[in-house]
Design a protein around this ligand. Structure first.
Ligand code: ADP
Ligand code: MG
Length: 688
């Protein structure tokens, strides 16, 4: 990197450059080969690698190291150990061994395991993932060497997001290799790529501190919509305010040091909402990088007197936040989702495309599962982009191509001319589908698919793991069918693709995903519409899905069931926390203010009457009646919510919370602005 503003790019990563500078030639070569080919590390070089890594980390200011992993909480976890080894009284050296590098023990009992871990066996293990390079995390007083690891239980069951992701990458890579073999392609490296667009909100810390709901749950459970929110559509791509730009610049500087290719920044649709998009990378690395992006966003915000909200729906009535996962497959460096330059490449493109369409059509339920969560329920299935129905958007040109394949016509020419895949020139394939349909959950965008259902706070590993697995199954199924067909390959492929279009086209939808007609139409097509967390977790227990994930060695039956249990538990806990904080705010912050205001009004009214005033009586009477009714209402709604919390049924808790919210939000407009105890939407969303 010679460009001056990129001087620091990647300097906090144990990159190939750092490896060469800190390890002997042979050790460096072995380690780099391990990293590039995802091979197991030669154990005889572990000590030498650790020594070089330590030297490098110390030169970068590190005093500690940690295995960095992604437990099923959705976040990341770390436990720091100093590079410290006492060598005698008041004497110590800085030590870090191959053993420290390769594996670690972490008490698994405090991480969600969904019944996988029996209480008497609380040990968990972390194992180095050499395919994602070690990096340095900084804080004001030093730095920590972070080693990306997988996390599993004593019995070898996975307790993290990374392990199944790595397994799924292997599964889809094998399937692609098999398919490419059928097309007579030479063996080459398969790379699954991800570019994750991260949406987030920024709010001023002073407001945040006064909102117990934001503090405890990441979202506001009360707050009336301000007069102006996003209806003028003036925020999206608008000029970025200096304070925000200052924050963004610092975020990028830090990300660049970590070798994270943050590239795009802009205002999003909702006020106070923004997006950061890095350049796509190898999937496993991109997932780790997204986890770091979220952390850097949060930490940097703090230094700027701001708070970064990653919740899917911090504010009712304005857009929520997603994490668009742009996913593709490359083979020997060529993107397989780029329409090709010749008939063979086009045939490969169409085969991969139809495999994906088949995968989504057959496994929409488990793909929807990968986006389940209390926060995301406010987006999916709640009249917001995208809907909970998983459909595929292709664009007009590709729709026409599929149509031509199905009907055996060459697009735009004589009706009976056959599109012969791989032999004839196909109809010219679109280079870029520009007619973007923002309402589709799974859209083809020219050279990749964009999965828009994942929530802003979720680990993308979950959805990517599912996507890889179902696509692997689909490609294998097509390969099996080709194996079973005799005769000319091209003719067989032609027949097969044609059948795929007919069998799976019901998942393709180009219309408006928000429209009220779509759920009805989708039901007619038999597409699942899993509206909430409970419904969308259920596919984890479906024997058909269990068989699929076991077949590909991505998740075992026990691992799937444990994930169901963890998801359900997390969901119930979150709803309960939200309900409890809503009740507490309503009773201890809102009610006293309303009661006080009411009593002030009532005594003013009494006074006015006693003084025989002619004017003001009507206004005071009307207002005190409204406030009085609101106060009664508040009392009733709070009691009801309290009962529902005790009963513990999530639907009723949610309904009671919604009811209470309507009352509180109405009162917000009746009570003296100066006395209202919570910062309002019009302040939080606009003042920073
Ligand atoms: P948009 O219009 O959706 O912003 P962009 O072309 O800017 O589209 O891409 C958005 C994201 O998609 C970026 O993170 C980009 O790096 C990523 N992307 C582009 N090509 C690929 C690919 N082949 N595989 C995965 N992600 C990709
Ligand atoms: Mg996008």
């Amino acid at each position: 990197m010679s460009d001056t503003n990129l001087k620091t790019y990647g300097e906090d990563v144990f990159s190939e450059k750092a490896i060469r500078a800190n390890l002997s030639k042979t050790v460096a070569a072995k380690l780099i080969a391990t990293m590039r080919d995802s091979k197991p590390l030669d154990p005889t070089i572990a000590d030498a690698v650790a020594e070089g890594m330590k030297k490098w980390a110390i030169s970068r200011g590190a005093t500690h190291f940690t295995h960095w992993f992604q437990p099923l909480t959705g976040g990341t976890a770390e436990k720091h150990d100093a590079f410290l080894e006492p060598t005698g009284p008041a004497q110590a050296v800085q030590r870090f061994s191959g053993k420290n590098l390769i594996g670690g023990e972490a008490d698994a009992s405090s991480f969600p395991s969904g019944g996988l871990r029996s209480t008497f066996e609380a040990r968990g293990y972390t194992a180095w993932d050499p395919t994602s390079p070690a990096f340095i995390k900084r804080h004001d007083n030093g730095a920590t060497l972070c080693i990306p690891t997988a996390f599993c239980s004593f019995t070898g069951d996975t307790l993290d997001m990374k392990t199944p992701l790595l397994r799924s990458i292997q599964a889809v890579s094998r399937a692609i290799e098999r398919l490419m073999g059928k097309f007579g392609q030479p063996k080459a490296h398969v790379e699954i790529t991800l570019g994750a667009e991260q949406e987030y909100f920024l709010v001023d810390r002073r407001f945040y501190m006064k909102r117990p709901d934001l503090l405890q749950t990441g979202r506001t459970v009360f707050g009336a919509a301000p007069a102006k929110h996003q209806q003028l559509e003036d925020h999206y791509f608008g000029a970025i305010r200096p304070r925000v730009l200052k924050f963004m610049t610092e975020v990028e500087e830090r990300l660049w040091q970590l070798g994270i290719p943050a590239r795009t920044r802009h205002n999003e649709v909702a006020p106070a909402q923004f997006e950061l998009a890095p350049m796509f990378e190898d999937l496993n690395l991109a997932v780790d990088h997204n986890m770091m992006i979220m952390e850097v966003l949060r930490q940097t915000a703090e230094r700027h007197g701001l708070v970064c909200l990653l919740h899917e729906k911090p504010f009712a009535g304005v857009n929520g936040s997603g994490k668009h996962c742009n996913w593709s497959i490359s083979y020997g460096g060529r993107n397989l989702l780029t329409p090709g330059a010749n008939p063979r490449e086009n045939a490969i493109f169409l085969t991969v495309l139809l495999s994906i369409i088949r995968a989504i059509e057959m496994h929409a339920d488990i793909l929807r599962m990968s986006t389940a969560g209390a926060g995301n329920d406010h987006r999916l299935g709640a009249n917001e982009a995208p809907p909970a129905i998983i459909s595929v958007f292709l664009g007009d040109e590709l729709n026409a191509v599929l149509d031509a394949i199905e009907n055996g016509r060459k697009e735009g020419r004589s009706r009976h001319e056959t599109v012969r895949i791989g032999v004839d020139t196909l109809p010219p394939l679109p280079k870029d589908t520009t007619d973007r349909n923002r309402t589709s959950p799974f859209a083809f965008t020219g050279n990749k698919f964009e999965f828009r259902a994942p929530g802003s706070s979720q680990n993308c590993a979950q959805s990517q793991m599912v996507l890889n697995t179902i696509v692997a199954e689909s490609i294998d199924a097509l390969c099996d069918k080709l194996d079973g067909m005799k005769g000319d390959f091209n003719a067989n492929l032609q027949k097969l693709l044609r059948r795929q279009v007919t069998a799976h086209k019901r998942v393709i939808f180009s219309g408006d995903g928000y429209s009220a007609d779509w759920p009805r139409e989708a039901a007619r097509r038999g597409l699942p519409n899993l509206r909430d967390t409970m419904a969308s977790l259920a596919p984890l227990k479906d024997p058909r899905n269990i068989a699929l994930f076991e077949k590909y060695g991505v998740l075992s039956r026990t691992e799937m069931l444990s994930r169901w249990e963890i998801g359900m538990e997390d969901y119930h806990r979150r709803i309960r926390i939200e309900a409890s904080i809503a009740l507490e705010i309503a009773r201890s912050m809102i009610r006293p203010v309303v009661a006080d205001e009411f009593s002030r009004l009532a005594s003013a009214l009494g006074q006015a009457k006693a003084d025989g005033l002619k004017a003001g009586i009507r206004g005071l009477t009307a207002l005190s009646m409204k406030l009085g009714a609101g106060l009664d209402d508040l009392h009733v709604k709070c009691d009801r919510l309290e009962r529902e919390i005790a009963r513990g049924k999530h639907e009723s808790q949610l309904a009671a919370m919604g009811d209470l919210r309507r009352t509180v939000d109405r009162l917000e407009s009746l009570v003296d602005d100066a006395r209202w105890p919570l910062p309002k939407y019009r302040e939080i969303l606009f003042v920073y």
